[in-house]
Design a binder for this molecule. Structure first.
Ligand code: CU
Length: 91
């Protein structure tokens, strides 16, 4: 069942370019316990302390655990959700 859903998503949502770009987003830990996910094109999405996607203003400024400031670049909630579904389907 999962594999059928996964295949449908691939066909409907991902072009071959997007598939390659999104394969290894980086995650930056933030001071408040949430995380900033940065895709390879520099666009960002947020996860809460449990790794679930959360919304944030597209230009919000956050503080990392290391104390530096970092700004949202977009709010790629759907893109991150697709990525999470995709990686779960492979496990
Ligand atoms: Cu944020």
């Amino acid at each position: 069942m999962n594999k059928i859903i996964f295949a449908a998503l691939l066909g409907g949502v991902f072009t071959s370019a997007a598939f390659a770009v999104d394969f290894n987003p980086q995650q930056v830990e933030l001071k408040d316990g949430t995380g900033l996910v940065v895709f390879e094109d520099g666009k960002t999405a947020m996860v809460d302390q449990y790794g679930h996607t959360m919304k944030m203003d597209q230009s919000a400024v956050m503080e990392t655990k290391a104390g530096t400031q970092i700004a949202m670049n977009g709010n790629e909630v759907q893109r991150l959700q697709q990525f999470q579904k995709q990686t779960r389907a492979h496990k």
